[in-house]
Design a binder for this molecule. Structure first.
Ligand SMILES: [Zn+2]
Length: 173
C-alpha cells in the first residue's frame, strides 16, 4: 500500500460511516453532521469540459455535477468532490479554471470569492485529483462489500431524494 493510499484509507475510516446504509443522501447527511457544514448539490448542464465542481462558500459547500451524464457517472463526480472535502485538500481560485460566464453566475448566486475544486476532462493532472479518485474507488469497494451496489448503479431514486440538499440557484445550464 502506498502512503497516499494509506492516507485516503485513514480518512475514510475516520468518517466512522456504516456503509451498509449507503445512499448518496445518507452519506451526505453523515458528512454534514461530522463537518457541521451544509452540503448542497446542484445538477447543472455543463458545457462539456466540466464534470463536477465544488465551491466552498462561507455558509455551505456547494457541489455541482453534470446533470446530463449517466446517473452512475453523476454519483462518481459527486463522490469525487466529497473526496476533496474529506481529504482536506487545499482550495483553488476557481476563476482561473471556469468560463467567465459561469464565474459571473456563481458569484451572483453563491459567493464573491470562488474557492474550491473543479473536475475537468483531464482529471488526473495533480496528486490531489489522483487522491480524490482513489477516495471514490475505495468508497466504491466498501459500498460493494456492504451490499449497496444498487446505490451506485441505480442511484436515480437516491438522487431524487436529494431535494433536501438541492437548492435552486436559478441556474440550470
Ligand atoms: Zn477533483
Amino acid at each position: 500500500m502506498t502512503d497516499d493510499e494509506a492516507r485516503v484509507r485513514r480518512a475514510i475510516d475516520g468518517l466512522h460511516y456504516d456503509f451498509s446504509r449507503f445512499t448518496i443522501p445518507h452519506f451526505i447527511a453523515h458528512l454534514e453532521a461530522l463537518r457541521q457544514r451544509e452540503i448542497i448539490l446542484n445538477g447543472v448542464a455543463f458545457d462539456g469540459r466540466l464534470h463536477g465542481l465544488w465551491v466552498r462558500a462561507e455558509t455551505a459547500d456547494y457541489v455541482f455535477f453534470d446533470s446530463r451524464t449517466h446517473p452512475v457517472h453523476r454519483v462518481h463526480h459527486i463522490l469525487h468532490e466529497l473526496g476533496h472535502m474529506v481529504l482536506g485538500h487545499r482550495l483553488y481560485d476557481l476563476t482561473a479554471f471556469l468560463s467567465p460566464e459561469l464565474v459571473a453566475r456563481l458569484r451572483a448566486t453563491l459567493s464573491p470569492e470562488l474557492h474550491g475544486h473543479c473536475r475537468r476532462w483531464d482529471p488526473h493532472d495533480s496528486p490531489e485529483e489522483r487522491e480524490a479518485e482513489l477516495f471514490v474507488r475505495l468508497l466504491q469497494q466498501k459500498i460493494l462489500l456492504a451490499g449497496r451496489l444498487t446505490a451506485l448503479t441505480h442511484p436515480d431514486t437516491s438522487i431524487d431524494a436529494l431535494s433536501r440538499f438541492t437548492r435552486s440557484l436559478g441556474y440550470d445550464g
